[in-house]
Design a protein around this ligand. Structure first.
Ligand SMILES: Cc1ncc(C[n+]2csc(CCOP(=O)(O)OP(=O)(O)O)c2C)c(N)n1
Length: 637
């Protein structure tokens, strides 16, 4: 009998160590792993409730499959902290999401056990299928397993993959981790379908039945046959997946280690396409997270005895500015409809959902659909507002061009998390949108420098009779007071914020405060450009004629961004200014603090200042203050 008084987790430095444990020891391991996870995330912050739900599954997978040779492909990766802990990263968990520390998602460069990098949703089935097909071509026996949540199963890409897999002669195990939750409650017909499978007599019956079959009959071929007869004759569960060419098995209890082990061992010996439906509880084992899994989806560090603080609805984050604006505008215009691809809380739509539920639409993790759905509404005279993170808008690029902009449809885009996003890292950075938006005809694109400007830009976008985007950063801005009026800005007009000499800094959005701080040191002119499209070309021309040096600053990649747009204007005018474009370099910026990321890219006040002083000689920067040594610490970032 295993000795339950000896801790097990601290002996597990790789899945091989785990595989050397007895089956009977794994329940104790699960308890220790869950404990470690809660302790660890309470000090680092990060994703909690999803990982609490995958503790037993993770143990069972690494016990049964020969990882890393067998490929585990976790969808999104936010539920994979237990996987990190069991695959040699336990001692590094304290560094999670910090600079040079572990990523909060999965990364092929971080571990050989991370078969596929992730962060965005619903890629696992496609990637695992690709791996499986590659193994077949190479004549390798290794297995490919995709683990996907019911939330991620709302995305079209998952069905594209199932469709393709059903037609391919491949071995693939898809595990549906069904906890009935996306970040908030899951929605849609697929959710209802899965709920029907789990409901009432059927699920209870199967749970009992599955245990007895699985323990008495290890031969899966017989088990599957009996299982199928039982199912098909009675309730036809999982018919949809069967029709897609998969053998549907389940639902089984995803917290019951013996059942998981028996099932997975049987499935490992089977060929073809298998779909295992497991049922788990998000937040399992930590009562506050069980009671409010949405609030514990992603957390800042917290005292585990007290739990996390409810996120304040009064902090003036840009998200909150948007949420207030949305409700205020919905109150005066009944044509407004708010659309979110499964990011109600993160995007600030809880107010709209409460106050105007008929005009609130959570469409699932379906960014492509969200945009074309908005396009359809706009065709009928509605005024859709799509609230979306910059990084997830990448998913819907053709819908933006083909379905919205080409038809010049009146859709407003509230683009949150634009720029570097700190601890979430490269998978979630919203650093490409200025480049990919400004090349689309009919669009207008704005970047606010403060909270009040954000509200005014949202009104400007809403009143503009075509596709219009406001991109604002994660978190808070400089903290200016926000007016209650719904007051637009003149389209395409920049604003001079500071008059100086020789150097003009054209600042876009979030970088204005840092530009102003740098400008104080060298007596530079600063312009708040506000619009990336249409650009205020008159302002650029004036600045170029009055200054020797033009500096552009933006929190977007250099390539094709706002600075490139300014360069195009200056080139066409054959301007002979010295031009300095400050932006995110052509590399992916890893997780860390936002201020540290900005400093790394030279986009904080000190970086802006030193870029200018490095590039310009003292004759240009003739102000005495310009002698400030490069690298001097300025407070603004
Ligand atoms: C393309 C994309 N859109 C949105 C998100 C944000 N997101 C992260 S986790 C999540 C919910 C996933 O739900 P599910 O797959 O059921 O996993 P669970 O958290 O319930 O375990 C969402 C919407 C994302 N990662 N990728």
């Amino acid at each position: 009998m295993p000795n339950s008084t000896q801790p097990l987790l601290n002996r597990i430095n790789s899945p091989a160590d785990l595989r050397s444990l007895e089956d009977a020891e794994l329940t104790q391991l699960a308890a220790e792993l869950r404990e470690f996870l809660i302790e660890s995330v309470s000090s680092t912050g990060g994703h909690l409730s999803a990982g609490l739900g995958t503790v037993e599954l993770t143990i069972a997978l690494h016990k049964v499959f020969n990882t890393p040779e067998d490929r585990l492909v976790w969808d999104i990766g936010h539920q994979a902290y237990p996987h990190k802990i069991l695959t040699g990263r336990r001692d590094a968990m304290h560094s999670l999401r910090r600079q040079d520390g572990l990523s909060g998602f999965l990364s092929r460069t971080e571990s050989e056990y991370d078969s596929f990098g992730a962060g965005h949703s619903s890629t696992s089935v496609s990637a695992a299928l690709g791996m499986s097909v590659a193994a077949a071509i190479e004549g390798k026996e290794r297995k490919s397993v995709a683990i996907i949540g019911d939330g991620a199963m709302t995305a079209g890409m998952a069905y594209e993959a199932l469709n393709n897999a059903g037609d391919a002669d491949s071995d693939l195990l898809v595990i549906l981790n069904d906890n009935k939750m996306s970040i908030s409650g899951n929605r849609g017909a697929m959710h209802n379908y899965l709920a029907r499978i789990l409901s009432g007599r059927f699920y209870t019956g199967v749970r009992k039945h599955s245990k007895s079959i699985l323990t008495r009959s290890p031969r899966l071929s017989r088990y599957v046959r009996r299982w199928e007869e039982h199912m098909k004759g009675m309730f036809l569960p999982g018919t949809l997946f069967e029709e897609l060419g998969f053998n549907y098995i389940g639902p089984i209890d995803g917290h019951d280690i013996p059942v998981l082990l028996t099932t997975l061992r049987n499935l490992r010996n089977l060929k073809g396409r298998l779909f295992l439906h497991i049922v788990t509880q998000k937040g399992k084992g930590y009562r506050p997270a069980e009671q409010d899994p949405c609030n514990y989806h992603g957390v800042t560090p917290f005292n585990r005895a007290v739990g996390v603080q409810k996120k304040s609805t009064y902090s003036q984050t840009y998200t909150q500015i948007f949420g207030d604006w949305l409700c205020d505008t919905a109150a005066v215009d009944e044509k407004l409809a708010g659309i979110t691809p499964a990011m109600c809380e993160g995007s600030g739509l809880t107010g709209l959902a409460e106050k105007f539920p008929q005009r609130y639409f959570d469409v699932g993790i379906a960014e492509q659909h969200a945009l074309t759905f908005a396009a359809g509404m706009a065709c009928e005279g509605m005024k859709p507002v799509v609230a979306i993170y910059s990084t997830f808008l990448q998913r819907a690029y053709d819908q933006l061009i083909h379905d919205i902009a080409l038809q010049n449809l009146d859709v407003t885009f509230a683009i949150d998390r634009a720029g570097l996003v700190g601890a979430d890292g490269a998978t979630h950075a919203g650093v490409f949108d200025l480049s990919f938006l400004r090349c689309i005809p009919n669009m207008i694109v704005m970047a606010p420098a403060d909270e009040n400007e954000c509200r005014r830009m949202l009104t400007t976008a809403y009143q503009y009779a075509g596709p219009a985007a406001v991109r604002y950063p994660r978190g808070t801005g400089p903290g200016v007071e926000v007016a209650t009026a719904l007051d637009p800005l003149p389209v395409g007009r920049a604003e001079i914020c500071r008059h100086g000499r020789q150097v003009a800094i054209l600042a876009f959005g979030s970088r204005l405060a840092a530009a102003l701080a740098a400008a104080e040191e060298i007596d530079a002119t600063v312009v708040n450009m506000r619009f990336v499209k249409p650009l205020d070309t008159d302002m650029i021309t004036t600045m170029a004629s009055e200054h020797r040096v033009i500096v552009t600053v933006e929190e977007n990649v250099l390539q094709g961004g706002a600075g490139s747009a300014v360069n195009e204007v200056l080139l066409q005018q054959a301007a002979d200014n010295r031009i300095i474009n400050l932006a995110i370099p052509d590399t992916f910026i890893n997780h860390g603090g936002h201020a540290q990321q900005l400093a790394e890219c030279g986009l904080d006040a000190a970086g802006i200042l030193s870029a200018i002083t490095d590039a310009c000689d003292d004759n240009i920067l003739s102000s005495p203050a310009a002698k400030t040594p490069p690298g001097k610490q300025l407070k603004i970032h």
